[in-house]
Design a protein around this ligand. Structure first.
Ligand code: PMT
Length: 404
């Protein structure tokens, strides 16, 4: 793939048995329109949702379902098909196929191909939110990512089962876009990047919490951009309705303490970016039962939360540390002091307030580091993410020993 776009690629699209199977038809269409050669392999269950004939009509190629089909094997046998593929994309990838792949099973044609191919394998998970959140699925997900499988999504949102949450398949257009994106080794290839995003929620009682207005947009944009540039990215996200950027491993957390545990559990880190609005305080003793309304005033006893980014900056070996400063006054002065106090290499300062910084599609930033500063005029957060990472690479080039 290096040095060329995915156009004209030979892509094997695997379709497993979920309601999102119908969306794979659009994916195949998009890939073919972009000039790719596509072959479709379906699981038996997938054929209950969409017929092989539909994919055959769209791809212009015979569709394979079974492994032990003498007639099909006399054409392009499964080993030849595995060799033919320059990449394998399974969309939708159900909890079942993720489990079978994680276990290394070869009990149908699609799983057999995944074992037999040398091509990169990418999955677009799609399942009910409970199935997605189940520890078994999460363990399978982690195992597959560890083995080099790339994940496209899942998104969060309304699901076919009527529930709302994470587990929805990424839209086929977005999957196609990710696959067709330039695949040359990016300028962050080989780097392990960890990004925190969104706000944390600190429980008051079982139904109430302390929170802030962070949407996650800035952090998700940074994760997407780092991944697009070739880094291996882990996104540790507080509650957010945003879709997981392509190729990014996402860990969902709720409280600052959970975010800290998730960050601490990551061993290899070249770059840490703290874009999350982490609550500085948590409720000392959240009530076990819902607090009852009474005429009297209510006081909450708050304890300081651990400082996640300051702890990362103390690590050995130390990653390059980028943080943010959300300020309502004396921006440059407060941000510079914060950078020093927390041991950050680079701080991105933003003025926050009504309609500024938090939960907006764009922002204005002032970047400060030991030997310089750069003002970034108002721009979409995606554009700012590019400029922040450009600045990081520039600092690394100018001061190669600034951190690891
Ligand atoms: O998510 P969006 O809606 O796109 O909004 C983006 C943003 C406004 C949230 C983002 O641009 C931003 O400013 N993020 C940091 C917000 C913040 O909490 O700033 P702070 O000045 O309180 O914290 C300074 C730094 O310490 C931050 O990098 C923060 O992640 C980190 N921190 C803070 C407290 C804590 N306990 N642990 C931390 O790691």
């Amino acid at each position: 793939m290096s040095g060329s776009s995915a156009n004209n690629q030979r892509i094997l699209v695997g379709v497993s048995g979920g309601i999102a199977a119908y969306k794979a038809v659009v994916l195949v269409r998009r890939l073919i329109d972009a000039g790719c050669e596509v072959r479709v392999v379906m699981t038996e269950a997938a054929t209950r949702f969409v017929t092989p004939l539909t994919f055959q009509a769209v791809s212009g190629q015979p569709v394979r379902v079974t492994l032990l089909d003498a007639e099909a094997e006399s054409g392009m046998d499964h080993i030849a098909l595995a060799r033919w593929a320059q990449r394998v994309v399974i969309a939708p990838a159900t909890a079942d196929i993720m489990a079978r792949l994680a276990a290394g099973m070869a009990d149908d044609l699609l799983t057999t191909l995944c074992l037999a191919t040398e091509a990169p394998v990418q999955l677009a998970p799609a399942m009910n939110r409970q199935m997605w959140a189940h520890p078994a699925t999460q363990a399978n997900y982690a195992r597959l990512v560890e083995r080099g499988v790339t994940m496209l999504g899942p998104d969060a949102g309304f699901q076919a089962c009527g529930e709302t949450g994470a587990g929805r398949m990424m839209e086929p257009e977005a999957i196609a876009e990710a696959l067709l994106a330039e695949d040359a080794p990016g300028d962050m290839a080989g780097l392990d990047v960890v990004v925190t995003a969104s706000g944390t929620r600190e429980p008051i009682d079982p139904v109430r919490f302390l929170a802030n207005r962070s949407s996650g947009r800035m952090g998700f944009a940074l994760a997407a951009e780092a991944s697009r540039r070739g880094a291996r990215v882990t996104l540790i996200a507080g509650p957010s309705s945003l879709a997981t950027p392509a190729g990014v491993r996402r860990v969902d957390v709720e409280t600052a303490a959970q975010m800290q545990v998730a960050v601490e559990s990551i061993e290899s880190m070249d770059l840490f970016i703290g874009a999350a609005a982490v609550a500085d305080y948590r409720v000392a003793r959240p009530a076990e039962q819902k607090l009852k309304k009474s005429g009297a005033s209510l006081s909450l006893d708050l304890l300081p939360n651990p400082d996640i980014i300051a702890a990362v900056a103390q690590r050995e070996p130390r990653p390059f540390v980028i943080g943010f400063a959300a300020e309502t006054e004396r921006l440059a002065e407060h941000a510079a002091a914060k950078r020093q106090a927390k041991g950050m290499d680079l701080i991105c300062a933003n003025e926050v307030g009504a309609g500024r910084g938090f939960d907006t599609p764009d922002n204005t930033l002032l970047l400060l580091w030991q030997d310089g500063e750069r003002a970034l005029p108002r721009a979409a957060k995606e554009r700012l993410a590019t400029q922040i990472l450009d600045t990081y690479l520039q600092i690394k080039q100018d001061f190669p020993h600034a951190s690891r």
